[in-house]
Write a protein that binds this ligand. Structure first.
Ligand code: CUA
Length: 159
């Protein structure tokens, strides 16, 4: 029986697609990989944040112009950040450590390059310089539940 020319063509195209998909999946599993979360901050037991520096989150001065800020994201607020703004001085280098107490959240300081995920069990670390006094909004950019759109905070760089 003769196979129609187009049927051969489409069969070949379909086989090529399958090979392509398998190659993509194999590359994804064995290739150089993509880091979705900055894992430089390490891991943490999200069930006992109280026994860590996240138990009393906030701003800590670590050097003349250096600060650490520990932030806990939870449905639907940032601790600190929501209600009371995070305050850091201008001309400072600030390292944020962010984790989540429940589900995956986002932590974006709008207008800066601070944009990480807040993942339970994981500490996201990001360092940024603030040269000028300013006010920034902090937004959660990962859908985290019914009030996700209300989850926001403030960062104030004071003179
Ligand atoms: Cu937290 Cu969206």
């Amino acid at each position: 029986m003769e196979i129609h020319r187009y049927e051969k063509l489409w069969t070949a195209a379909a086989l090529l697609l399958i090979v392509g998909f398998i190659a993509t999946v194999t590359y994804g599993a064995l290739g150089p990989g993509v880091t979705m979360v900055d894992d430089s901050g390490g891991t943490i037991d999200s069930g006992s944040l109280g026994e860590t520096q996240f138990g009393d989150p906030g701003v800590t001065q670590t050097g003349e112009n250096q600060y650490e800020v520990h932030v806990v994201a939870r449905q639907f607020l940032f601790q600190p950040g929501t209600g009371s703004p995070i305050r850091v001085p201008a001309n400072s280098e600030v390292t944020f450590y962010i984790t989540s107490a429940d589900v995956v959240h986002g932590f974006e300081v709008a207008g800066t390059n601070v944009n990480v995920m807040a993942v339970p069990g994981q500490v996201s670390e990001v360092t940024v310089r603030f040269d000028e006094p300013a006010q920034y909004g902090i937004v959660c950019h990962e859908y985290c539940g019914a009030a996700h759109h209300t989850m926001a905070g403030q960062l104030v760089v004071v003179p």
